[in-house]
Every structure is written in structure tokens, then in C-alpha cells.
Design a binder for this molecule. Structure first.
Ligand SMILES: [Zn+2]
Length: 190
């Protein structure tokens, strides 16, 4: 049995990934080389990569801008996604998981998502929490629990009850708040 080939399209454009200081501006560097390598990539590194992806999301004041990256156990990137990637209602986790071939074994993979997967959706039949569980992902790493702004979600508890390993990186939550200042700042002011 051979593993299904991954389309190149799962990688975001190189322009979104780099700290500019890492690479000379004129250099052409494959996107993957700008992400953590398997041997050095920590949860914090991958979350920073997910934050970079989240900055691709259009800023709309009715939704958060979230980024997600699915990483296999060997450090290979299976997919990335961000809010509103293919339609205005699409969530980051949903966008990433949609790029993965159905039937792929994700039991040893991790999805890094900048914000807690949702448990309530108005525009879709399945929440991202359900999609994550249905995909068989073994591990979820997130930086910020969803604020009580649009919905009261309990993705962390729901995932743990479903047997998914959940890791939170609260030290990086302020980056997620920065990316979502278009929502959170307005909410606090109002
Ligand atoms: Zn969602």
C-alpha cells in the first residue's frame, strides 16, 4: 500500500510564512522550508506557523480570523486552512480538513488551531469539534479558548470527552487576540 500523494496546493504561499528576517527578500525558498522541521518543530513553533496562516484570513467584524495546520507525527504538513478561505462561512479547521484525503490515518496527527474549535455553528451542520473527532485526529493544540463573543463554545471539554488529546498554549493567546483585534477590541468597547 502506498500513501496517497499530497497535492502541492495544501501548502500556503511562501509569502505568508516567513519572518522576513529569516530569508533574504529576493531569495526563492520553498514554503515548507520556512516551517519547523520535524526534528525541531515544537508545539510553539507550529502555533506560530498557524498564527501566520491566520493572518491570511480576511478581517470581518462578524467573525474571528483563525488559522489551522494539520501536522502528521513525522512533522510533515498535511494541510493548512484559514477562516473564509473558500467561502465566507468556512472555518479554519474545516478548510484544512477538507484538503485531506478521506480515509487518511490522522490518529497520530495534530491540528494546530489558533482558537478553540467551535461546538456551535449557524451556517453548517457540523461544528469543527465534530469534524476533528470525525476525522480521527488524535491531538489538538490551541492558543486561545473562544471568547464569549459570538457563541458559548466548549470545544476543549468536548474534544477531551471524545478521547482527543488537547494541549493549550495560553502564553501565545495574546497573538491570537492581536490578530482578532477587529472583533475583540470592538467587543470590549461596546
Ligand atoms: Zn469552527
Amino acid at each position: 500500500m502506498s500513501a496517497p500523494a499530497l497535492p502541492c496546493a495544501v501548502l500556503p504561499p511562501a509569502s505568508v510564512l516567513p519572518p522576513a528576517s529569516v530569508v533574504p527578500a529576493a531569495a526563492v525558498v520553498p514554503a515548507a522550508s520556512l516551517l519547523p522541521a520535524a526534528s525541531v518543530g515544537s508545539d510553539v513553533d507550529w502555533m506560530h506557523a498557524a498564527l501566520t496562516v491566520s493572518r491570511l484570513a480576511p478581517r470581518v467584524d462578524t467573525r474571528y480570523a483563525v488559522g489551522a495546520i494539520v501536522v502528521d507525527h513525522d512533522g510533515s504538513i498535511l494541510a493548512t486552512g484559514y477562516t473564509g478561505e473558500t467561502d465566507p462561512h468556512e472555518h479554519a479547521e474545516e478548510a484544512a480538513l477538507a484538503k485531506i484525503t478521506p480515509g487518511t490515518d490522522l490518529s497520530r496527527a495534530t491540528i494546530y488551531t489558533t482558537m478553540e474549535p467551535c461546538t456551535h455553528r449557524r451556517s453548517r451542520p457540523a461544528s469543527c469539534t465534530r469534524l476533528v473527532v470525525a476525522a480521527g485526529l488524535g491531538r489538538v493544540v490551541l492558543a486561545l479558548r473562544e471568547p464569549l463573543h459570538f457563541a458559548d463554545c466548549d470545544g476543549v471539554d468536548t474534544l477531551r470527552l471524545a478521547g482527543v488529546d488537547v494541549v493549550e498554549l495560553p502564553d501565545l493567546a495574546h497573538h491570537v487576540r492581536d490578530v482578532n483585534a477587529h472583533v475583540l477590541t470592538a467587543g470590549q468597547a461596546g
